[in-house]
Ligand binder design. Sequence first.
Ligand code: ZN
Length: 120
Amino acid sequence: MHQGACHCGAVRLTLPSTPEVATSCNCSLCRRIGGPWVYFEFGTVAIEGHPDSTEDYVQGDRTLRTIRCRHCGCVTHWEPVEAVAGARHGVHLGNFDPQLIASVRVRKFDGADTWKFLEE
Ligand SMILES: [Zn+2]
C-alpha cells in the first residue's frame, strides 16, 4: 500500500492501488499548486485528518473542492463537490514517497486551453 502525508503529517492518504500514470496540468490552478495528480474512484482513497485538519477551495465552475492542510498548507487532494456516480478523486502525488513519484509516467495535460494531452 502506498501511504502519503502532507508535510506536517496531519493529513494522511492511502492509495487503493499503485498508480502507473500521473497527470501534470497547466490550468490556472494546477500551475500554481503543482502536482502531478493521480486519479481514483471517489471514496477509494483512505484519508485521515480530513476534514478536521483541512481547508478547501472551490474554484470557478464549482465542480471540485481542492483540499489543503490547515497547518502546513500543502495541497493533498481534490474531491468532487457532488459525489455523483463515477466521480473521481485527484491525489497530489507530491505527498508520497519520491521513489513512487519517480516510477510514475507523467503526462502533460493542457487544462489551460485544449483539454487534451500534449504528448503520448
Ligand atoms: Zn500538514
